[in-house]
Design a binder for this molecule. Structure first.
Ligand SMILES: [Zn+2]
Length: 229
């Protein structure tokens, strides 16, 4: 019967599932995740620097326009034939010089920041390259461990393949879905009105569907499949 095969499958698969959980908690996996996190930090820093560079270019463009606007109008000192007019021309010139000095200061600040950014970006890029290499190495180590485990459990995988061919694909798909969502065991007995996994009283929702031994229903609480023994 389909369900019996499915339960047999689940029993063997639980062994593999346990190994998978151990593998996820292994130091190899921790190393991979650590490098991945560091790598994403370096990438974020580079993105931020890139954004700031764009802003600085925009600032520099604005400053260039300001320079043009700060230049005194052509002929501003013409006809300065009275002391008042000379004074006024002098004042205009001083104001222009002052604003040019401010622009110069702001430009210097922008260019200094760009120099800093380009150095920092180069540094982050190197960090990223190093981390990518380490991440790759950690992944290789993990893969070695994985193939070792696969080899050790070869007989289990063979048994699973054999059983899978005798199980209803729909039931199998549901099982895989639950397994992917870490609801293991995925198929549990219906115990006196309760789901054996989550313990919820589900008699109202499922009792109609569970009439004869082997009948299946979904637990409305944890979504596992419950079966009648
Ligand atoms: Zn449940």
């Amino acid at each position: 019967m389909n369900l019996e095969k499915m339960l047999e499958y689940q029993k063997i698969d639980q062994e593999i599932y346990k190994v998978e959980l151990d593998l996820n908690r292994s130091k190899e996996m921790a190393r991979i995740n650590n490098f991945k996190n560091q790598l994403s930090l370096a990438q974020n820093t580079l993105l931020k620097l890139n954004k700031e560079t764009e802003e600085l270019f925009h600032t520099i463009e604005t400053l260039e326009k300001d320079i043009l606007n700060s230049s005194p109008e052509k002929g501003f000192a013409e006809n300065a034939n009275t002391p008042e007019k000379v004074n006024s021309a002098e004042q205009t010139l001083n104001e222009c010089l002052e604003s040019l000095a401010t622009i110069e200061k702001e430009s210097k600040r922008a260019f200094d920041r760009l120099t800093y950014i380009s150095r920092e970006a180069a540094k982050q890029y190197e960090v990223g390259r190093h981390l990518s290499g380490e991440h790759k190495k950690a992944k290789e180590q993990y893969n070695l461990l994985l193939s070792k485990i696969r080899e050790e459990h070869k007989h289990h995988f063979e048994q699973l393949n054999e059983l899978a061919s005798q199980i209803d694909p729909k039931l199998m798909a549901k099982y895989k879905h639950l397994r992917d969502h870490r609801r293991m065991p995925a198929i549990v007995p219906y115990m006196g009105g309760n789901c054996a996994a989550c313990g919820m009283d589900i008699s109202i929702e499922v009792s109609e569907k569970l009439k004869t031994s082997g009948d299946l229903a979904e637990c409305p609480n944890c979504r596992r499949l419950v079966y009648l023994k």
